[in-house]
Design a protein around this ligand. Structure first.
Ligand SMILES: *Cc1c(COP(=O)(O)O)cnc(C)c1O
Length: 417
């Protein structure tokens, strides 16, 4: 039997408890949606003020040098690198995850076309956040070279799909956005390479949520967003990572001037820059990109191992409390209980999932809903306490016990669920 007192004790002993103060959240809100849009770091407003009033307002165009706007994409990339086992000069921040997927996919396919021209399959999971499927489909249609999309139905089928097809590139989402399943990166990479494929990791739901080592596990390419667990702000630019061994080999098709070897020479033909800047395209949204640093600096004051330890304790607690307090309400856990395969969010299925989430939000507990019938709760160790989890589950119990979700107003679908 877990009690509120026990949760408070865990909070008192929690080495990460102090980080809650680094974020701003409205009072009375327990925010379990940091895997969709991370909370606002306290320093974000002052940073925005500095960029808008001083760098833009006073220093104007000089800020490209003076405030190093030009170097921001790689400077922030190097900070993200420290969270994912990457070296400096391998990561760049720019564009969106969808666009970066197109770029790395094109780079990987071009490389494979030279060394394994008969490999024409591109694996994507059926259950991935769908933009990945759409981008691969769009790419295949566009280049029109006989590539074929192969949908992976289940993580356990990976070996079979790699055996049955000649695979050029495999795209996997490190943590599944719906059920929180976490792939074993090292094992997957070995398997994928054994079958002559390259790997692209989509880290959107794992960066800032689970530790990883892209280099040690011999990954090829990775992409991910900064507005989820990294707290970069709504629509903040994404990142792309390329293994050193591919760095100067690859080319990507969005060959804009920011990726030119001499961008200010204003040459009349394209020559790619050496290194990761080759991955850029054109001028970036500097105001939004600048804010990413606020969240990253909080992460860099601790370690991903500490974050992971607390994440597992909090997700365990959430699962155990729902079983203890809400056992009779038919919420079916779909997130792996095995730590080895669990990311940092917890999901349940219930046929009234949408209305239950709306009723919970009305009580100040913000989770989200994903089709079909999935209630999803993001667990962010830097700004959630053990007692927050206790309170959230008590509110869920009230919603279920009183059948508050039956209220008509909770059944109406909003444009953005
Ligand atoms: C959130 C998410 C994206 C987002 O892509 P955008 O280009 O930022 O809209 C992509 N892939 C996965 C797996 C995601 O979870």
């Amino acid at each position: 039997m877990i009690t509120q007192e026990q949760c408070r004790e865990w909070d008192n002993e929690d080495p990460l408890a102090k980080f809650k103060d680094e974020f701003v959240l409205p009072s009375g809100v327990i925010y379990l949606d940091g895997n969709s849009l991370g909370a606002k770091p306290k320093t974000a407003l002052a940073k925005a003020e500095q960029v808008i009033s001083k760098e833009w307002g006073i220093d104007l165009v000089n800020s490209w040098n003076k405030a190093d706007w030009w170097g921001l994409a790689t400077r922030l990339g190097d900070k993200i690198a420290r969270l994912m086992g990457a070296n400096p000069n391998e990561t760049v921040v720019s564009d969106s995850t969808s666009i970066n997927l197109f770029k790395v996919l094109a780079a990987a396919i071009k490389q494979q076309a030279e060394v394994a021209p008969d490999h024409k399959a591109i694996i994507v999971e059926r259950d991935v956040f769908p933009t990945d499927i759409y981008i691969v489909q769009g790419f295949i249609d566009y280049i029109d070279q006989g590539y074929e999309l192969v949908l992976l139905e289940d993580p356990n089928d990976l070996e079979k799909v790699l055996t049955d097809n000649k695979v050029a590139v495999t795209v996997l989402s490190h943590v599944n956005y719906r059920n929180g399943y976490l792939y074993d990166m090292e094992q997957c990479n070995q398997l994928i390479h054994k079958h002559g494929s390259l790997i692209i990791w989509d880290l959107c739901h794992s960066i800032g949520a689970v530790p990883m080592d892209l280099n040690k596990t011999n990954s090829d390419f990775a992409i991910g967003c900064t507005y989820k667990y990294l707290n970069g702000g709504p629509g903040s630019p994404a990142f792309a990572w390329v293994n050193q061994k591919h760095l100067n080999k690859f080319s990507q098709p969005l060959s804009g001037w920011w990726s030119h070897k001499q961008p200010f020479a204003m040459a009349d033909s394209y020559e790619p820059a050496e290194g990761i800047r080759r991955f850029l395209c054109g001028t970036q949204s500097i105001v939004s990109m600048s804010l990413i640093e606020c969240g990253l600096d909080i992460f860099l004051a601790t370690t991903m191992e500490e974050v992971r330890k607390k994440s597992l304790k909090l997700t365990d607690l959430f699962m155990d409390l729902v079983a203890q307090e809400c056992g009779e309400f038919g919420l079916e856990l779909i997130t792996p209980k095995d730590h080895h395969f669990r990311g940092s969010h917890v999901s349940f299925e219930h046929k009234e999932g949408y209305a239950i989430i709306q009723a919970l939000i009305a009580r100040g507990v913000i989770g989200d809903y994903r089709e079909p019938e999935v209630l999803r709760f993001g667990i962010t160790p830097l700004y959630l306490s053990y007692e927050d989890i206790w309170t959230a589950v008590q509110e869920l119990k009230q919603v279920m016990q009183n059948e508050e979700w039956k209220n008509e107003k909770f059944q109406v679908r909003a444009a953005v669920t």
